[in-house]
Every structure is written in structure tokens, then in C-alpha cells.
Ligand binder design. Sequence first.
Ligand code: FES
Length: 106
Amino acid sequence: MFTKVTSGEVQTITIQFEGETLVVRKGLNVAAALLEAGVKQFRETPVSGQARTPFCMMGVCFDCLLIIDGMHNQQSCMIEVAEGMKIERQLGMATIEFNASAEQGL
Ligand code: FES
């Protein structure tokens, strides 16, 4: 849903990106907020290390993956910014915790 916002009605929130405090517009998704703040690289590919930036902005391409509040592989174009959110670039392979005993029903 889109709503028309006049300049006097813009609300902002504060997030952290790579340890830097950013003031962004409330209601944006994380990818849009970071792009608007001038962030160009969101992640790098695990194979070649090539820099990636959001492409589709609708949850299809996975080029917007970030670490959000400590959780890897978050599609930033599908998540709304929230006050105090801590965001980091996802560089290389994502860390995935695997509990072998839980997987094997032990
Ligand atoms: S920009 Fe394509 S999945 Fe997020």
C-alpha cells in the first residue's frame, strides 16, 4: 500500500549500519533505507567475493542479503526498518549454526 507523504509528515528512526548511526525514514524497508543513505555494497558473493547490491527489491534476487540484529541471510528488501536495528554487511559465507544432535533426533 502506498500513501502520499508530505514533507512535514516524514518520521525518522535511528539504525546502526556497520557501527555507524544512520537516521532513516520510518516505514522504508531496510534495503531502501540503506540505498537512500548512500550504501552501495550490501554483501559479497562467497565464491568470487564480488560486491552485490539490491536488484529486484521484491524478494527474488537475494542480492540484498544482510546480517540484521545478528541473523544472517536476511532479505533486506522484505524487512521494514525498526528503531535500534543493528545491520552489517554479509561478507563471504553466512554463518549457520547447525545442531547435529537435534537434526538426528538425539
Ligand atoms: S533486492 Fe532482490 S531479494 Fe532483495
